[in-house]
Design a protein around this ligand. Structure first.
Ligand SMILES: Nc1ncnc2c1ncn2[C@@H]1O[C@H](COP(=O)(O)OP(=O)(O)OP(=O)(O)O)[C@@H](O)[C@H]1O
Length: 265
């Protein structure tokens, strides 16, 4: 695969689910992300790896334009979602984020019941029929592999769940909006190995249902287990991207090789 970090990359193919072209992010007058161009297909998992502070989260958050909420932050370049350029003032970011969901490092359930955590957003978007809401809640909790654990405590507070369960609940909450892209920012870093394994299974399951997953991870083994493709970032630059096995076993760039062999980071 060609290295997609090159600037001036061609306009994405019309059928690309998601793509960035020469996306940059500046916090004030400091550039945190240099021109980054990547394509993301339906049903794929892409891992973003690299040392701390190299711009992984910054890039992830540019995909659903979340950095825009940060004062002084500016996203440059083009972000394409279903072929439409969305990095402009006309985009309804509220609507965009229904389709491009996000799961954060720390589980952040609402201070509500398990049921309400999942039902809240669909109801706000007009789904009021109780039977259909019940079905959606169950389907979402099943997809996040937590239904069996919570089906008898749907009215309990989400805060009564373990950290791993809360994270799966947050994934269910995201899936309830039927997104076709899910962005995950180190979703397992606060979890033990068993909870991590469960989330990784859920990630592969989401991809098998056509969802495009982009995940920031510090855990190389995790990238190896879940990602079809891996992109390596360093000092705000997307240095190399390719099939995960190639990136780990046959790195092209010396900086990636150095990182993988523990020479820095
Ligand atoms: N809200 C912000 N305001 C100013 N600078 C920021 C902000 N968020 C991130 N940065 C800076 O942008 C650079 C990239 O940060 P980012 O969080 O994207 O890195 P990262 O690779 O995800 O790091 P980590 O693995 O530690 O989470 C860093 O130098 C960071 O200090």
């Amino acid at each position: 695969m060609s290295n997609e970090s090159m600037t001036g990359a061609a306009t994405p193919p019309e059928d690309a689910l998601l793509a960035t072209r020469d996306v940059t992010v500046d916090y004030g007058n400091r550039r945190a992300l240099k021109e980054t161009s990547l394509d993301f297909g339906a049903g794929t998992v892409t891992a973003l790896i690299g040392p701390s502070g190299c711009g992984k989260s910054t890039y992830l958050r540019s995909i659903n334009l979340m950095n825009r909420e940060i004062e002084g932050c500016r996203i440059g370049g083009d972000v394409y979602y279903h072929g439409r350029e969305v990095n402009n003032d006309q985009t309804d970011t509220y609507d965009l984020r229904k389709h491009i969901g996000m799961v954060f490092q720390q589980p952040n359930p609402f201070r509500k019941s398990v049921y309400e955590n999942v039902a809240f957003a669909p109801r706000r978007h007009g789904l009021t029929d109780r039977a259909r809401l019940d079905a959606l809640v169950e389907k979402s909790l099943r997809a996040a592999a937590i239904w069996d654990e919570v089906k008898d405590k749907l009215d309990d507070s989400a805060y009564a769940l373990s950290g791993g369960q809360q994270q799966r609940l947050c994934i269910a909450r995201t899936l309830a909006m039927r997104p076709d892209v899910v962005l995950m920012d180190e979703p397992c870093s606060a979890l033990d190995p068993i909870a991590t394994f469960s989330i990784e299974e859920t990630i592969r399951d989401m991809a098998s249902h056509g969802i495009c997953v982009v995940i920031v991870t510090h855990n190389m083994e995790q990238a190896g287990r879940v990602a079809d493709r891996t992109a390596f970032f360093l000092l705000g630059e997307m240095v190399e991207c390719g099939p995960t096995a190639d990136v780990f076993e046959r790195p092209k760039d010396q900086r990636l090789e150095d990182y993988l062999t523990g020479r820095f980071g």
